[in-house]
Design a binder for this molecule. Structure first.
Ligand SMILES: Cc1cc2nc3c(=O)[nH]c(=O)nc-3n(C[C@H](O)[C@H](O)[C@H](O)COP(=O)(O)O)c2cc1C
Length: 384
């Protein structure tokens, strides 16, 4: 009976979103809609009544989804991915919406206005189920965001996603490392895990930390300043070669980095799984469905390369429970999403969690941990 009520609630919420809210929201330009939704979400979640309303409409929990990853306790494995809440303004809304955790940012050491063209840096690709993103790391900077969040009691685990300020096209190794270090230090004592984002597809100086020497220097510096009581993950691009992936995975293992977030957006020149006519802006990188298969194959490769020793947060094109389960059974311990929520509505997180419970049951697993990597068996090294 309870299951039927939950299904009905999600069904009605889905219809309301699809036929009423989404057509209205999509009347605004995407960046305008993003800003307005944040203002609305902030207002709604800033008082107990609003939070109770959100909870009544969207919340779902089931003990079977509880999972512990690197010592952090999650009520469910479905989190908000970085980029929706760059300045950490909506942390009170996420638990009520049914998220198991939320990753804030990317946050940079310096205040960062992002790429030019404010108001026109996001593009919806409706048929491709994707968003083309050209933000370029706009955020208020580590000090201001940390000040706002210091001392706040979060109800779910919070990830702090740190990136390098996108202020110059000229790459300087020491300055860039100092920028990451500034954010990590500013967030000492705030949040539950760090993500170091070395994969900003929209920045002026590209992705210099794919280089082994640069990456070694960065990870060494971060290890000296990071809080030892919380895990650090590395987030990287979808469009790396196998050799580049291997270099990064091996560096993570070598430097004691606990895990990886896979993946960031994919550039259109690499990713061909979208409808060409929808690509009207020729910079930026894509989220959603065009990224789904690519991100999963990176999860599969990294899980095997690291022999399951790295925590994997799988992200890219998760719209339903099957998509989330595919990432988990490929090797992801946790999953994240943005585009699915924007295209299909805020009831999706609860539906994914409800669906995950059924999929675990169907496969005879009693926990998420048991399912991790179950469809991506590690090769027996002895057989060579
Ligand atoms: C509007 C938008 C902004 C994003 N900004 C960031 C960011 O600042 N840092 C980051 O690590 N990833 C960022 N991403 C990438 C997402 O975190 C995620 O990796 C990607 O969107 C794939 O997930 P999805 O298909 O569920 O959206 C952004 C994505 C979107 C859609």
């Amino acid at each position: 009976m309870l299951n039927f009520i939950l299904w009905l609630r999600a069904f009605i919420n889905g219809l309301v979103y699809r036929f009423v809210l989404k057509p209205l929201i999509f009347l605004w330009a995407p960046e305008v809609a993003h800003n307005k939704l944040k203002i609305f979400g902030k207002a709604l979640s800033s008082n107990a009544l609003g939070r109770s309303f959100l909870k009544l409409m969207f919340f779902y929990q089931n003990k079977r989804l509880n999972t512990v990853v690197d010592g952090v306790h999650y009520k469910n494995p479905v989190g908000l991915s970085a980029g929706f809440d760059k300045d950490g303004e909506l942390t009170d809304a996420y638990p009520a919406l049914g998220f198991g955790f939320a990753e804030l940012g990317s946050i940079t050491g310096e205040v960062c206005p992002g790429n030019p063209g404010v108001g026109r840096r996001l593009f919806r690709m409706l048929k491709s189920k994707s968003i083309l993103v050209w933000y370029g790391l706009n955020n208020q900077g580590a000090i201001k965001v940390a000040e706002r969040l210091r001392g706040k009691k979060f109800q779910i685990p919070i990830g702090i996603n740190a990136a390098k300020s996108n202020l110059s096209a000229h790459f300087e190794l020491e300055d860039s490392i100092a920028d990451y270090v500034k954010t990590v230090k500013a967030f000492d004592g705030i949040g539950d895990y760090y993500t170091i984002n070395i994969s900003c597809p929209n920045t002026q100086d590209c992705e210099p930390f794919v280089d082994k020497d640069n990456l070694d220097a960065l990870l060494k510096a971060l290890n000296e300043v990071r809080a030892k009581d919380r895990p650090m993950y590395l987030k990287f691009a979808a469009d790396l070669s196998e050799t580049e992936l291997n270099v990064i995975v091996d560096a993570c293992l070598e430097h004691g980095i606990e895990g990886v977030v896979l993946t960031n957006l994919a550039k259109p020149e690499f990713n061909k799984e979208f409808i060409k006519e929808e690509l009207t802006f020729h910079s930026g990188a894509m989220s959603g469905l065009p990224l789904q298969r690519i991100a999963t194959s990176v999860v599969r490769h990294v899980y095997r390369r690291s022999r399951g020793k790295l925590t994997i947060v799988g992200v890219g094109g998760i719209f339903n429970a099957d998509d989330a389960y595919e990432k988990i059974t490929s090797g992801a311990n946790l999953v994240e999403m943005i585009t699915g929520m924007i295209f299909d509505g805020p009831q999706v997180m609860g539906e994914i969690n409800r669906g995950l419970v059924k999929l675990l049951e169907k496969d005879g697993f009693s926990s998420i941990e048991e399912a991790v990597g179950s469809r991506n068996p590690l090769p027996d090294l002895k057989k060579g």
